[in-house]
Every structure is written in C-alpha cells, then in structure tokens.
Design a binder for this molecule. Structure first.
Ligand SMILES: [Zn+2]
Length: 363
C-alpha cells in the first residue's frame, strides 16, 4: 500500500523531513534477537519506514513472553511459533512496504557475516554477553554502528557504539572522530561470570523497562539512518523506572587505550568456535547445535512418529517425547530446526540433554 500521507507526522520533524524519510527507506537494520527489546525496536523501525529489517532469533514464542514482547499473540505461544517468523508476519501487517527478512537461527561466529551482510547498523536485542561481544566485534570490524541495550527488573541501559576506528570503507553511516565512542569491550572488558547477573527469569522484568530501552535504541537508529549523527545520545544512559532514577554517564573517559577490539583490531569473538551446547536463559531448556548445519526434517518426521506427537511448524519439527523424562521427572519436549539446532525442553543439565539428543536425533 503506497500512501503519501503515511509518514507525514514524522516528516514534519525538522530532524527528518522528506530527505530523512527517503534515507530511512534506503536503510537496512539488523535486529539481533527478537525478544523484549527486539520486538519493540523492530516495530518502531518498521512503522517509521526503514527500508529493510533483518530479524534473527533462535527461539520460540512462549506464554511468558506475552507480557512484554509486543509482536506476539496467544496463538503464537500456543503454536510455539519461531519468534522471527511470528515477528515477520506481524510486521508485514503493520507496514507492507518494508522488506522483512526473518531468520530462525543462532547468531554466532559461523552465522554473523551472512546474517548481517548489507546491514547499515545493528540493534542489540540479546540476552547474553557472549553474543553481545560478537556483535560488538563485528560492528567495529565492519565500521558500522552497534546499539547496545539491556533491561532487567526495573532497570535498563542503552549505549551506542560508534567505533573510533571509524566507519568502514563502504559503510553508509559516517561519523567523525569526535563523534566516536568507546566500544562495549572498553566498558565491560570481561563478561560477568555465568549465574552472577540477574536475569529476567530470576529477577523479573517490567515490560515498560524493556520498551523504554528499545525505544531509545530505535531513536538512535533513526538519527543515524537519516544522517543526523550529531544528535545521537553518546552516553551510557541508564534508568530505574520504579525508583524514578535517570543517569547519563559520559563515556568519553571510558575509552580503554589498550582495548583489544577498537584499538588493537583483534576480534577474537568473531573467530571463537560456536558453543555446541548452551543452556537457554529462563527456558528450562538446552540448545544443541550439530556440526554441519542443515538437517532434512522429512526423514526425521517419519522416525519421530513413533516417539510422540510431532508436527512441522515452518522450518522446525517439534513435539513431546512420550516415554522420556528429565532428571527431575518432568516431561520432555524436543524441537529440531532445519538449520541443525535442537532445543530439548524439560531440564537444564547439558549432559542429560546431550544424551537425549544422541539417542533421539543422533549426531
Ligand atoms: Zn573498545
């Protein structure tokens, strides 16, 4: 649907105008992770008329997502629709002129280059530091902006990374040395040890907190895409919506003169081998990735028919294993994706999950 009035209310803004709107329409944004942050950022950018959105998420919609992940419905949770696919369908209804590319996939060192190819900037919608370092390394190495964001309980924070290595040779978003910022590894040199930071599962999260973070990220994305880099909030902005606290940390002084990434150009997270087994944050589930990628789901569907009720949903095969129990006696569900991943639900013991995987799917 082409409607000349569609963007009238934002074209009226001096910072955007007709030219800015046209630039938005030529922009391509990678939304890395489509949960509480990614759904809101993707929705705002889609409605604003960004030309292409690349949405990547490895996970399935569950009922506990609906409190804050605004693109999903009860039907998505009942059907365990992959988040990326559910988001694509919903966004296409909101703005059919935006090109949406959705990938049900894990973002890791083996996938990031193909997933992010052609993207002008990266919006962080992730829930783990390991993958954030990967995005940070990728964005700095390519000379494209990376918009960090995080929210848990009633607190959130957001920060842009415009590497002091400068924009890449072919990058469309340009910034000057004085507009550059530290990178994520300047501020947080090592990831917090596993289990030491609160998660949405252990500490809870207020939906308005993640929406506020994502709205801040989307706003910086729009400024960058229209070319108003000087307007970008070059601070580590943090807030507690319950305590009515707002902080804006000047990050210029946080530039690490020895940063391996944005000074040394050593991008070790881009070269790290993807973890084959991963406990999924807040899911009571373990993800296992086989070595060689693509899996043909049709023969698996025939084989699984005797093990429980399985169905094909998009690029996945899923069902409950009738005779399987987790270490604590819970029922066990299995999802196998065409990209070679499997999610085993019902427990978080990696050895147990690997055992189930080897017996049922096989490596
Ligand atoms: Zn750095």
């Amino acid at each position: 649907m082409t409607d000349p009035d569609r963007y009238r209310r934002q074209v009226r803004l001096p910072g955007i105008g007709e030219e800015g709107q046209a630039r938005l329409g030529r922009g391509t944004v990678l939304v890395a992770g489509c949960g509480a942050l990614g759904t809101v950022a993707a929705d705002l950018l889609c409605r604003a008329g960004v030309g292409t959105l690349v949405i990547v998420d490895r996970d399935l919609v569950e009922s506990t997502n609906l409190q804050r992940q605004t693109l999903f419905t009860e039907r998505d949770a009942e059907r365990s629709t992959p988040k990326a696919e559910a988001a694509r369908l919903r966004l296409a209804q909101a703005n059919s002129t935006v090109r949406i590319r959705a990938f049900v996939d894990e973002i890791d060192s083996s996938t990031i280059e193909s997933l992010a190819a052609g993207c002008d900037l990266v919006v962080d919608g992730l829930d783990n530091f390991e993958t954030r370092y990967l995005l940070n390394d990728f964005a700095v190495s390519q000379g494209i902006p990376y918009l960090y964001g995080a929210g848990v309980a009633t607190e959130g924070m957001s920060m842009p990374v415009l590497s002091r290595r400068g924009p890449g040779a072919s990058a469309r978003i340009r910034w000057s040395e004085s507009e550059s910022t530290p990178c994520l590894r300047c501020l947080f040199p090592t990831p917090p040890p596993a289990g030491t930071t609160p998660t949405c599962e252990t500490a809870g999260v207020l939906g308005s907190v993640t929406m506020t973070v994502a709205a801040h990220q989307a706003t910086q994305a729009i400024k960058l895409l229209v070319g108003d880099v000087a307007a970008v909030d070059r601070t580590l902005r943090s807030f507690d919506l319950w305590k009515n606290a707002n902080r804006s940390l000047d990050i210029d002084g946080a530039m690490d003169p020895d940063c391996p990434c944005c000074v040394g150009a050593r991008y070790e997270h881009l070269h790290a081998a993807p973890a084959p087994v991963r406990i999924l944050c807040g899911r009571n589930a373990v993800q296992i990735r086989t070595g060689d990628g693509q899996v043909d789901l049709d023969p698996l569907a025939d084989r699984f028919a005797g093990l429980g009720v399985f169905e094909r949903v998009g690029t996945s095969l899923r069902g409950r294993l009738r005779d399987e129990r987790s270490p604590d006696g819970s029922p066990v569900s299995l999802v196998v994706f065409a990209d070679g991943r499997a999610i085993i639900e019902g427990g978080t013991d990696p050895d147990w999950a690997l055992g189930v995987f080897d017996r049922i799917v096989g490596r």
